[in-house]
Design a protein. Structure first.
Length: 250
């Protein structure tokens, strides 16, 4: 019995040491992965990296991690052509907030210089002030003597965006709220007015829509993930992303 007790104590101690070693290894691996993602994506700040699953060391031995979660506070996404809008002079990048990605089946090289996830899903937010940069926020001629511009974006409820259109005619200005639908078409977020406002003058729909409708291309996201869906929310447009064979580093 004494020998059995000693054996059990040794097993418990060894098990505890293994858990400690496993957690220490995870800590260092997460920091290393965060640094590599920062370098690969040219981020201003180090992202949060969390390696899930236990034990970690057996995953390392197999060369594949089950689940890796990454959080990027602010990401400057490229808009492709440098305009990314329905007008000229649009932003070359657009800020995406709180990007969270869940990577499954992450294979990595022996020296940890590269890592690729079999699949990835995630979510993020584009603030309304960022998306506003894609709209015609400067006065634009609709007709001689009539100018219009987008002066604000906000949550319109039920997954809609409220687009505030300021129209100036004969020296007087009036703001018209327009409820709009936001959709994803490939790598582009599109905003389309559900109903056009009745202006002080009658204009062709195409003239009005040149102001109310706009779009923003998002050409590059971390690791090559792609836009999947979009919906208006309280603080901005919420997007979901997904991808396969997503490169985390290297």
């Amino acid at each position: 019995m004494r020998a059995l007790r000693i054996l059990l104590i040794v097993v418990v101690i060894l098990g505890g040491l293994f858990v400690i070693a496993d957690r220490v290894a995870v800590y260092f691996a997460e920091n290393e992965a965060a640094d590599k993602v920062k370098t690969t994506e040219n981020l201003a700040a180090t992202p949060d990296v969390s390696i899930k699953g236990f034990p970690f060391l057996t995953q390392v031995a197999s060369g594949e991690l089950d689940d890796v979660q990454i959080g990027i506070k602010d990401y400057e996404a490229d808009t492709g052509t440098g305009t990314g809008t329905s007008g000229k002079g649009g932003p070359k990048t657009i800020r995406i907030d709180d990007l969270k990605a869940d990577m499954k089946g992450v294979e990595f090289s022996g020296d940890y210089s590269s890592a690729t996830a079999a699949t990835a899903t995630g979510s993020a937010t584009i603030a309304y002030d960022e998306l506003l940069k894609a709209a015609k926020s400067q006065p634009t001629d609709l007709f001689p003597g009539v100018k219009a511009q987008v002066v604000g974006l906000s949550d319109g409820g039920n997954g809609k965006i409220k687009v505030d259109i300021k129209v100036t005619a004969a020296g007087a200005s009036q703001t018209y709220p327009v409820l709009s639908t936001v959709t994803v078409d490939g790598d582009t977020v599109k905003v389309h007015a559900d109903n056009l406002p009745k202006l002080v003058v009658d204009l062709a729909d195409s003239r009005i829509r040149s102001i109310t409708d706009f779009q923003q291309t998002i050409d590059q996201l971390p690791g090559g993930v792609k836009l999947d869906s979009v919906q208006a929310a309280q603080n901005g447009v919420e997007i979901t992303v997904k991808g396969s064979n997503v490169k985390l580093a290297g």
